[in-house]
Structures are given as structure tokens and as C-alpha cells.
Design a protein around this ligand. Structure first.
Ligand code: TYD
Ligand code: MG
Length: 468
């Protein structure tokens, strides 16, 4: 029989190696291999002479299964991300950088649910119960009947939870601090995280309680350790935001029971997280419409339209290789757009530094932002101030063609609601029925048309910094 040997497991991706090495060949990370004791694999079970399998009944697809009612948390933005409430018996993993507000969000959700009379348990492996209580007090949640404990042993937690009334919601903050006796490794290692998650998932499925696991992410955005549990849980959401801005976005990454591209928007205030029902107003707040190089993009986040300002600065470069810096958008998308503008729009950007920024710290992944980014770039280059009441959306192809994007009607409606009355959009973007009353629509087919319009604006309104 083969001798059981310890193995080395990459803490970033979970790959297993027979001996230590500096770099993980699977994910390319350095210094992530940890030695862990062998676990009883299938081979070991077979060797022990596992008993013959039990025969179970198989079911058909048309069988009857009534959907359990979803559990609404009471925080509308959180319920939007879960696809209309927690599904009983499901497990949700919430990832985010340390300090982003995961514990704050979850204690607020716990309190809201407890106030509805449900049994809610909050297990903190990071903070003492007194610390959690202190935070709850500061947030004005002390009166909610949330059951609290500072524990890290998964077996103890499951025994405690199984003893009383079935909880509607259990929060485990965080999965990296949990440890299970079934795995022989230190807490926080891949083996422990996987083992602890497995046990908690089994508890959720058997009891029908909804379990939320908190996971910390590394600097490059991966849910460290818990990345290996992403495939085991029913839903994964990431809580994002940056230190210099107050708003936080809860973004759905995976959801077995609902849409996956939904976002919930919150604002971090002195009194905890408050929900932002109208994110566009938040992102456009403090906009200086009188400067060249700013274009408002009518975007979509999931099923929800969100307006954001795209700012560009195009300045003659003193360097041999001009600088290209992007915040909130894909740098390779910018390179592509610059090439299209040069080739098909006869806009000369080769000798210019280009800075592009999505205002408010928002991140845009939609190709529909191409047209707005192009408008901001050309506006900055020619010094033309774009009309304050104008929004842009449309995808720019490599041929310079401006292509239609989905949900034109929703984008236009949101723009109209926020007081915008002109839109530059792809030809055939929306039929007449979708266009809100009072919205002037300029339909374009090619990026050249947009550039010509903006250049004409620039000639009509020369920069105000003229010698007097
Ligand atoms: P926390 O929920 O502890 O973050 P995480 O669990 O993701 O590590 O939030 C910590 C930050 O939130 C901290 O920097 C302070 C800030 N905060 C507020 O601004 N207002 C509040 O009411 C609370 C509770 C926290
Ligand atoms: Mg925390």
C-alpha cells in the first residue's frame, strides 16, 4: 500500500503538489504552498473496505417540489442582489476587502430580519461578542433579538444551531477563521476553509436555514482561500467600494436562484450603511458640466440603469511614449477605442497623454460605454464642452460602426427621469414606443458622425481662456 504522505496545497488556488516549491505552477502565485496532512481520499476509504452502497430511489424531473418562500431581509438593496430574498437552505458567500463594511452590512441585515420575528444567529470568529454588541449599539440595533456568539469551532456551532428553533438566517463572519476537527490543518488554510464550508453547507441543506459566509479577498480581488468554496455555495456576491468614496456596491457574481448581474448600492455613513435607491443621482452629484472632456454615460448594471460621468483629459505629451492611464474602465478597451478614433475618425491622439476616469469610483464593464468614452476624449481634445443635458451610449466596433446595445428604452427613461433631454445613441437603438416624451434622440451609425458633431461644438464655443 502506498505510504500516506503530506501534500503541499496552494492557498490561492487549491492546487496540490507532492513537494514544496516557491511558485505554484497552477496559478503562478509565489509563496502560497503550505504543507498539509493527507486527508482520507477515495483510495483510503477503499483500502479500509468501505461498506457496500445503499440503494436509493431516483426521481423524475416532473416530480412535485414546492418552492419554499424566500426570506426577505428587509434591506431592499440586499434583497435585489439575492434575487428577491434568501432561499431557505441556501448558502451565500459574501467577499470583500477588510474594512469595506461586510460585518456592518450583515449585522444590519440580521437585525432587520430579527425584528420581523425570525430566529437569526450571528457568529463572529473575528471580533469578541462585546465588540459586535458595541457596533450594534452604535447603529441603533440593540433592541433586535439577534443571537450572538464569538465561536470558531464548526462542530460546536452546528450543534448549538441544531439545538433550538430552526434559524432563518445564520451569518458566519468569517469563513477563514472557522476550523473543523475533520480537517487536520491550521485555521485559514485551504483544507480548513473547504472542510468548514462543507460542514456548514450540509447544515444549511439539512436544516433549511440560510447561511451567509463572509470571506476576505486578497488585493487582486480573489476571494482568498474561499475561492476554493465558490463552486460549493449557491451564490457569491462581492462587496466593493474604495476608501475615498462613501458608496459601496454589492455585486452578484454567481446565483443559482436568480440573475447574476444585479447590484445593490449602499452609502457608508456614521450610522452604518444606508440604501441608495437612486444610484444615478449619487454618481452624478457634484458634476461640473461646464468643463470639456466630460460625457455622461447611460449605463446598465444588471436590470438597473445607472448614469455615470466619464471624464477624459487629453494633453500633448512630453514623453516619447505618451501615457495612458485609466481608472474604472478596461485599459485595453481604451487602446482599441483610441485606435478606432485615429483610423476611422481622423483624430490624432498619438502624441497625447490620455487620462480616463469614471467619476465616483464606479467600474464599468459594458461595451456600451465606448461612445461616451469617445465623446469625452474628443471633447477634451478639441476643447468642446458637451451639452449638460446630453447622455451617450453605444458600442463602437473596430470598423468605427456604432452598434446598438440592449435596454435602450430603460437607459433613455432613466436619463429622462434625471433631467436629461438629449441622447446620442446608435441608429435603431430604440423604437418610438421606448423613447420618453421630450427626449431628443440623435441616432448615429458611425463614430465619425459623433466626432464631427463634437468638433462643430468646439468651433462654436471656443475655450473661454481667451486673452482679453
Ligand atoms: P466593517 O463592517 O468592520 O468591515 P469588514 O467587516 O468588511 O472588515 O466596517 C469597517 C469600516 O466601516 C470601518 O472603517 C468604519 C466604517 N464604519 C462607518 O463608517 N460607519 C459605521 O457606522 C460603521 C459601523 C462602520
Ligand atoms: Mg468584519
Amino acid at each position: 500500500m502506498a505510504k500516506s504522505r503530506t501534500s503541499f496545497i496552494c492557498q490561492a488556488c487549491g492546487a496540490v503538489f507532492p513537494r514544496w516549491q516557491g511558485k505554484c505552477e497552477a496559478c503562478g502565485e509565489w509563496n502560497t504552498l503550505h504543507e498539509e496532512a493527507p486527508t482520507a481520499g477515495i483510495g483510503a476509504l477503499a483500502a479500509r473496505g468501505a461498506k457496500k452502497g445503499r440503494i436509493f430511489a431516483l426521481e423524475g424531473l416532473s416530480g412535485e417540489s414546492k418552492p419554499a418562500p424566500r426570506v426577505l431581509s428587509g434591506l431592499a438593496e440586499l434583497d435585489r442582489v439575492t434575487g428577491g430574498g434568501f432561499v431557505p437552505g441556501s448558502v451565500l458567500l459574501i467577499g470583500g476587502e477588510p474594512g469595506i463594511g461586510k460585518s456592518t452590512l450583515l449585522i444590519q441585515a440580521c437585525a432587520a430580519l430579527a425584528r420581523k420575528g425570525e430566529r437569526v444567529v450571528y457568529i463572529s470568529g473575528e471580533e469578541a461578542a462585546a465588540q459586535v454588541r458595541l457596533r450594534a449599539e452604535r447603529l441603533g440595533l440593540s433592541d433586535a433579538a439577534v443571537e450572538l456568539a464569538a465561536e470558531t469551532s464548526v462542530e460546536d456551532i452546528i450543534a448549538t444551531l441544531s439545538a433550538g428553533r430552526r434559524p432563518a438566517l445564520v451569518v458566519i463572519d468569517s469563513i477563514q477563521t472557522m476550523w473543523t476537527e475533520t480537517a487536520d490543518a491550521t485555521a485559514g488554510t485551504v483544507t480548513q476553509v473547504r472542510g468548514a464550508a462543507q460542514a456548514l453547507i450540509r447544515f444549511a441543506k439539512l436544516s433549511g436555514a440560510c447561511v451567509i459566509l463572509v470571506g476576505h479577498v486578497t488585493k487582486d480581488g480573489q476571494i482568498a482561500g474561499p475561492r476554493v468554496v465558490e463552486h460549493m455555495v449557491d451564490a457569491v456576491a462581492s462587496f466593493e467600494g474604495d476608501g475615498s468614496h462613501h458608496f459601496r456596491i454589492l455585486r452578484n457574481v454567481k446565483n443559482r436562484f436568480g440573475p447574476t448581474d444585479e447590484i445593490g448600492v449602499f452609502e457608508m455613513t456614521g450610522g452604518g450603511l444606508t440604501e441608495v435607491a437612486n444610484p444615478s443621482a449619487l454618481f452624478l452629484a457634484g458634476r461640473d458640466g461646464s468643463a470639456a472632456g466630460a460625457a455622461v454615460f447611460a449605463g446598465m448594471e444588471g436590470t438597473r440603469p445607472v448614469l455615470v460621468e466619464i471624464q477624459a483629459l487629453v494633453a500633448p505629451s512630453a514623453l516619447g511614449t505618451p501615457r495612458r492611464a485609466v481608472v474604472g474602465w478596461d485599459p485595453s478597451r481604451l487602446s482599441m477605442l483610441v485606435a478606432v478614433l485615429e483610423t476611422h475618425g481622423r483624430v490624432k491622439l498619438g502624441q497625447h497623454d490620455i487620462y480616463l476616469n469614471v467619476a465616483g469610483g464606479m467600474k464599468i464593464a459594458e461595451p456600451a460605454a465606448d461612445l461616451a468614452a469617445a465623446a469625452a476624449l474628443v471633447s477634451s481634445l478639441v476643447g468642446a464642452v458637451l451639452p449638460q443635458n446630453m447622455v451617450f451610449f453605444g458600442e463602437v466596433g473596430l470598423s468605427g460602426a456604432v452598434r446598438p446595445v440592449p435596454h435602450a428604452g430603460l437607459r433613455l427613461k432613466e436619463a429622462s427621469k434625471l433631467g436629461f433631454s438629449r441622447a446620442v445613441a446608435p441608429q435603431g437603438a430604440s423604437d418610438k414606443s421606448e423613447k420618453p416624451a421630450g427626449m431628443g434622440l440623435t441616432a448615429i451609425r458611425h463614430i465619425g458622425e459623433a466626432i464631427a458633431d463634437i468638433a462643430a461644438l468646439g468651433r462654436r464655443s471656443p475655450p473661454e481662456r481667451k486673452p482679453s
